[in-house]
Design a protein around this ligand. Sequence first.
Ligand code: ZN
Length: 398
Amino acid sequence: MNKSSKQSEQACPVCAFPDLEIFFEMLNVPVYCNLLCPEQQAARNCPRGDIKLAFCPQCGFITNVAFDPARLEYSQDYENSLHCSPRFQDYAQSLATRLLERHNLYDKDIIEIGCGKGDFLLLLCELGNNRGVGFDPSYVPQTDPSQAKQQVKFIQDFYSQRYANYQGELVCCRHTLEHIQNPKDLLKPLRQAIGDRLNTAVFFEVPNALHTFRHLAIWDIIYEHCCYFTPLSLAHTFSFCGFRIGELSEEFDGQFIGLEALPDQGEADSIDRQRSEVEQLASDVNTFASNFKHKVETWSSELKQIEDKGQRAVVWGAGSKGVTFLNVLNIQAPIEYVVDINPRKQGMYVAGTGQQIVSPQFLENYQPDVVLVMNPIYQSEIQQLTQSLGLNTEFMCV
Ligand SMILES: [Zn+2]
């Protein structure tokens, strides 16, 4: 990890500004944070790739110019569902209710691109008695025959032009666009598929780059995310692809951006410049490499203290943040286990550093002194769970 200021010789995929400037590098990181790995040695020998983040001074878009999509394959072994968490379920429920009410989606057709295991699409269909079609190459057929499932169809594939015959009153897509090297490769075919059905509402949700680069949620930087959007650059991207922006909001304590849009008649050919916002982001980006380094050093010394005191620590959360935290700090022996409430992850191993992923109940015997919480938004739910297990531990949010 070092600060470098060099031209990438790549143009911005959103606005075509030439020569994006690389402002941050993190090399040789696991390419998958969310791939289930059943063997420790295989987890440690996982495929790796480089992150070289570049910033567009014209539209504010941030991208990994070293990203190679051929390294990633989203199969059924890919697991990034957050729906095991009550806090996340509450959020999904309130978001679904809001979308249904705002767009009057009752007895209608809904499409979800990148539906994962289908939890959110099923929720939209259950709450509004809607019909759904979900696209995701990592979809795993479920056996639970709930009523809504009769009305929902899953297609185990990437959404593309060949599925243009599927139409809906709402097209939603959550936590998918940031995985696509050129966001226009998804948005333009989608806009074409919508055609002149100008009432089709579109809702996209992505991680909020302001949270990562301004508020230093540095563990959110992962190889799987080749794009980092701020509210402004997300709006620019949609305008360039023929959409008119409606509601644009920061969600989930500022960790996500939600964008609602409608198809527009034409495409924007230039940016409605909001210079001050892009300039402020440029200054966040310029100081990011040194802020990152400082935060990593602080955590190294915290962990050293835990080790020196002979305390036992576990990481809570085997998602992107946990995997990045362990790999950036290169922690192996001092932390043996990572807790995750998702049963599909339990028994598997963390990519790169190789910790075993265990259930919360495992801690009853293990009795850690310190729980390192990877996302502060889940702290109270984690505290409740550990109290119910009779544990008396210290909590630290990374
Ligand atoms: Zn740009």
